[in-house]
Design a protein around this ligand. Sequence first.
Ligand code: NOJ
Ligand code: CA
Length: 714
Amino acid sequence: MLKVRVLSFNSIDMKKLIVLLGLFGMSLAAWAQTLTSPNGKLVMDFHLAEGNVPVYSLTYKGKEVIKESRMGFLIRPSYEFDKNFRIIETKEDVSDTTWNPVWGQNCVVRDYHKELFVALQQENTGWQFNIRFRLFDDGLGFRYEFPVQKELRHFTLNEEVTEFCLSGNHKAFWIPADYDTNEFQITTSKLAEVPQLIDEARNEALACKSPSPNLAVQTPLMLKSDDGLYINIHEAALVNYPAMHLNLDAKTFRMSAHLTPDKNGVKGFIQTGSHTPWRTVVVSDDARDILASNLIANLNEPCKLEDTSWIKPVKYVGVWWEYFIGGGSTWAYTDTQDIVIGETDYSKLKANGHHGANTAHVKEYIDFADEHGFDAVLVEGWNEGWEDNYAYAKEYIYSFTKAYPDFDVAELQRYAAEKGVKIIMHHETTSSVVDYERQMHDAFRFMNRYGYDAVKTGYVGPIIPRSEHHDGQWMVNHYNRVAETAAKYKIMVNSHEAVRPTGLCRTYPNWIAQESARGTEFESFNGIRPDHQTILPFTRLMGGPMDYTPGIFEGDLSVYGNNKAKLGTTLVKQLALYVTMYSPLQMAADLYQNYEKHLDAFQFIKDVAVDWDNTYILEAEPGDYITIARKAKGKNEWFVGGITDENAREACIDFSFLPKGKKYQAIVYADGKKAHWKTNPKDYVISTRKVSSKTILKQRLAPSGGVAISIREI
Ligand code: NOJ
Ligand code: CA
């Protein structure tokens, strides 16, 4: 194999080269295109291997990240669109720009990458696809592009062939592949151990689950190699395409794309003149660089909304946690099971006496939000339909424009507006998606009329009536359509149970957060291990912010009745999550009465910012610990959050992120000496001290504990 470093090709050079090569009896297949990252640490190689199969590989400081890996497609009924290619054009490019996100972890983002574009034509069919590679200092992105072509107008996919051949038996932080849910506990194991652990991991899911037939895991997948490389595999800009899982060969450590099928097994419908999402590999020998990476956002399209002035980060409380703790509060208004929407006059039905979303109770939350400076109150269970939310009795489930009789929409609008508090709308669809689309415009108009500017959507359970999968192309298009449509009504969206994010919030910044992973609700089912929050930023959060809903102060749920669940963290770790789990949408999830018992600790949640000028990843190791400092947007205020797994540790907080030569006051919220997530989660100490950019603070964190610090200039 002759490998030549190609500096700059354009199509004219290419034609000359082809002639030249012909003279020497060589073909382009023998040429490897090499792309080097701006800082020179990453090198990507592309060539046609034996059988004219397109392959790529990637190294970091000379270490193998991705070994020679295949690219292409298998298309229906049985065409191999992954071999017999010739290169018809290549182009190289460099781009160094910056952009300003509407909200984010930093107010300026640099996008500095080198690009290689390769046009391929299959010899036997004449069909074409192009591959566009972008190499950044923090990793590689590539996507397939299907040019408009006479011989191929549209086709369906059997599979995408893309491989990620790994160099060894890496430590992996993974959840099992599943076409419908990602609300799993995260397993940490060697890749070779995945086969023996995968069934147990699958059984962890509570939600609707559909095990994929193969041995496969979900992305974002976080890996650590024995030679100290941190590797993250995911995708960017998932539009009109199914989400990708990864098949694993646990003997050779070859991973390959496993697209989510539709209900008939078709993996995707492609019309030429389109492209796939980007496949992403973020890599470094320092775990902090993975958390600091902007690669996925950079591969998404710039913001498509002209006016973004109405998009505002939100800190909120809500009528929510009470539904999980076993205290009796219900989403449903009545206990009656035979409700028929549209025909049922709810005002004639007897209220069950413990309906959460009643006007008086919502007003208590509005008062609390007002008193403590929260932007909004989420109210779940306000609308007709919760009695039969599996739609046994009827064709559709919820009304998104009809409130229960004890929820006075107009009065609550007046009351909230008077106090300067917003109410967050809730649209649980229970995956009755066709019906949601039917009602969507009316629902958004209803929100506009009553002053709502944000909606939490939900997709619990199997997709009815179509039986599509949550992560398939059809649903991907649905989630994107909801975000796009909501923007037209100036509505922010927080989707739960949707496909995991891929950075589309850059393009539609009104898509302010998603769940799409195991969040705090699982604390009420005893389902969150102490290492969970030290892994999520390396996995799920790579694609975008999460509505994790932290802030649980009363961790012993038996105080409410018969729920025996216990919180998996100390109280202080709950505070630290507001900094370590980045989101422009943050909830203080506990009952307001629990905050009133600990107003001193609650002060941190009141103070902490939700939008940032700068972020400094101070310490990080997936599965073990994370310490992050951030500067509040437009203010001289900084916040630090540090968390640990089940092991106590000493965080080393270096304050050199502070501007030099000034004095600051820091309020330190620390685990008490006897704090332990299991036995003594509420033991905390609050102290005040002077700090400067020269301060280094060694702070002990309890088992599953944390530290939270707010800093102001003196
Ligand atoms: C699941 C969501 O994650 C949760 O937040 C919500 O309360 C329930 N569905 C009901 O919609
Ligand atoms: Ca959920």
